[in-house]
Design a protein around this ligand. Structure first.
Ligand SMILES: Cc1cc2nc3c(=O)[nH]c(=O)nc-3n(C[C@H](O)[C@H](O)[C@H](O)COP(=O)(O)O)c2cc1C
Ligand SMILES: *[C@@H]1O[C@H](CO)[C@@H](O)[C@H](O)[C@H]1NC(C)=O
Ligand SMILES: *[C@@H]1O[C@H](CO)[C@@H](O)[C@H](O)[C@H]1NC(C)=O
Ligand SMILES: *[C@@H]1O[C@H](CO)[C@@H](O)[C@H](O)[C@H]1NC(C)=O
Length: 532
């Protein structure tokens, strides 16, 4: 074996490049100990047996504890963290630190047995085949400290962030609250973030370490090779069949009304983070400025999203990241949904992440359950609520967004932005040059109602007599988040038209085995469906 490959082997389980090497002075001591060979056969045999037993126990223990399917993660680790850290945020930091440390020793929890290899859960997203449709959701890894271990627990998609333009503290603590009987949380983090520059450095380091382990070296050139896709993996996830999304947000001091400043913030974030992402996620409000009709509000949102589309086009990488907008479940009127979808079509954004925490406070489950006084008090905390109770709403929203997006653009306004607003995606085969000719609008008889006009425009463009008319364009992608806790729900969400089901709160209560469990349940559901 060559020394180079021997070295590669030795560091295979050390994802972090060792900076501190063991001192050579330690070597002679180790050699001295092996020289002690004046032992009786009996002692040697006994030691051998003990040693074997110990090794077996340790390695079985290792296999068990590092296996995401081990129930220890749900029944021991999660409650232990909760006991040790009464504050939800402290527990989260501790959990992240533990995973990060374990990962650096190769002892992190991971999914064993490659269950996804069968291909039965594959979905296509932006021209990539995702090995499975379960994703982690924004807020779990705001600083991109553990994207790789998150993939290791089985996620097909990992969303890191939100990352703000400049570092900011967020709201005062405490700002995360548990409602354990409901497996629910309330948070008002207020976008605490280490800032785009630092997170980008972390992601760059991750790419360079990947390049190093792939034998490409660790310099700028090696980084470029990986980012340009020449290492055979998506440049964000760095893992075949997986994608990494990065959520960006404006800094707190930037007023939402100051459109130019908000655009600058997003552009800065994209400049820093775009090249390390497969997908850029933008957190947006729906067009609902008081006193304006929804349609009039489409324009500012479109302008904002178009500026992100423009920034992404300039990302210094062969293939550009896709762009998705994340929308609140509280902005759920028909007007708001159609306004957002219109802005999505007009700006050329690739899809929508439907769902989030909610300002509403759902009833406890099971129905009629009485909360303890303590939990009832927690419910009065300000912030966004997340938990299994929100699932039905998410499902409903996904269906409505699916339908509205599939109806295609309304095209009641003219939108020059969209013609050039396509992001270039690897293998995605975007439809091109399919924007309407504005002159078509002029040819329509003025007596028609708005919806008739829309229909006839569509008919003239796509042949609306066929039900799948809008699919001649690139279909907009939907990811769903909010109350998804099991495989049955994940299936329902996908059936309603989402490509990925993302989880957050279920992971907090269920531990690192949650993703594997949900996928296993999805497989069970599929078997049942065949049996029916
Ligand atoms: C503590 C916490 C922090 C979150 N941070 C973000 C965030 O930074 N950006 C975001 O878009 N969503 C954030 N979310 C929302 C989650 O990504 C997710 O959409 C939401 O919790 C609903 O999904 P769930 O029911 O699986 O938790 C956060 C949620 C929680 C509980
Ligand atoms: C917000 O971000 C912008 C960059 O887009 C920066 O110029 C500005 O200084 C930031 N605001 C604060 C208060 O840091
Ligand atoms: C994110 O979106 C929400 C809801 O639409 C909005 O209230 C909030 O101000 C946005 N935050 C940032 C940092 O963009
Ligand atoms: C999503 O939820 C987070 C955390 O509750 C919140 O800070 C953010 O503003 C929400 N974004 C949207 C688009 O609703």
């Amino acid at each position: 074996m060559s020394t180079a490959s021997a070295r590669m082997r030795a560091i295979r389980f050390r994802p972090t490049i060792p900076r501190v090497r063991p001192s050579p002075r330690l070597q002679p001591a180790r050699q001295a100990s092996t020289a002690t060979n004046a032992r009786s056969t009996a002692t040697r045999t006994k030691n051998f047996l003990y040693g074997t037993a110990l090794t077996l126990t340790l390695s079985l223990g290792y296999l068990y504890v590092t296996d995401t399917r081990a129930s220890i993660h749900e029944w021991l680790v999660v409650p232990a963290l909760r006991q040790l850290y009464p504050d939800g945020e402290d527990a989260h930091h501790a959990g992240t630190a533990i995973i990060k440390a374990l990962y650096s020793f190769g002892l992190h929890p991971r999914e064993r047995g490659s269950p996804d290899a069968a291909g039965d859960l594959e979905v296509e997203v932006f021209g990539h085949i995702l090995s499975n449709p379960i994703g982690t959701s924004a807020g779990l890894d705001k600083g991109a400290e553990i994207p790789t271990p998150m993939f290791e627990v089985g996620a097909g998609l990992v969303e890191v962030g939100a990352v703000t333009t400049v570092p900011q503290e967020g709201n005062p603590k405490p700002r995360v609250f548990r409602i354990p009987s409901q497996n629910a949380l309330i948070n008002r983090y207020g976008f605490n973030s280490e800032g785009a520059e630092l997170v980008a450095m972390r992601l760059r380091q991750r790419v360079r370490e990947f390049a190093y382990h792939a034998g490409l070296g660790m310099d700028e050139n090696a980084e470029r090779i990986v980012l340009d896709g020449e290492a055979g993996v998506p440049p964000g996830s760095l893992k075949a069949g997986r994608l990494m999304a990065v959520q960006i947000a404006k800094n707190k001091t930037t007023s939402e009304q100051d459109m130019e400043a908000v655009k600058r913030d997003y552009t800065k974030c994209v400049e820093y983070l775009g090249k390390y992402s497969d997908i850029i996620v933008v957190n947006v409000s729906s067009p609902n400025t008081p006193g304006l009709r929804a349609l009039q509000n489409v324009e500012p949102l479109t302008a904002l999203l178009s500026s992100v589309v423009q920034a992404v086009k300039k990302v210094d990488r062969k293939t550009k990241p896709a762009i998705m907008v994340k929308v609140s479940p509280d902005e759920d009127s028909d007007e708001q949904i159609s306004g957002i979808c219109e802005a999505v079509w007009e700006s050329g954004v690739d899809g929508v992440i439907v769902g989030n925490t909610t300002k509403k406070r759902p009833d406890p489950i099971p129905k009629g359950y009485l909360l303890t006084e303590r939990e009832a008090n927690v419910l009065t905390e300000q912030g966004g609520y997340s938990g299994p109770q929100t699932f039905e709403r998410t499902l409903n929203l996904v269906s409505r967004y699916r339908k509205t997006l599939d109806d295609g653009p309304k095209m009641v306004s003219e939108q020059p932005a969209s013609r050039e607003a396509k992001s270039e995606l690897p293998l995605a085969g975007h439809a091109t040059g399919d924007e309407p000719d504005p002159s078509i609008l002029e040819k329509l008889e003025p007596t028609k109602s708005a919806s008739e006009i829309v229909d006839s425009v569509k008919a003239s463009l796509f042949g609306a007599s066929t039900p799948s008319s809008a699919t001649t364009r690139q279909r907009k992608v939907i990811f769903a988040t909010g109350g998804i806790t099991n495989g049955k729900q994940a299936r329902e969400i996908l059936d309603a038209g989402a490509s990925v089901a993302q989880v957050y709160t279920a992971l907090i209560y269920g531990g690192v085995g949650t993703v594997s469990r949900i996928k296993e349940e999805m497989r069970e559901e599929a078997k049942k469906a065949v049996g029916r």
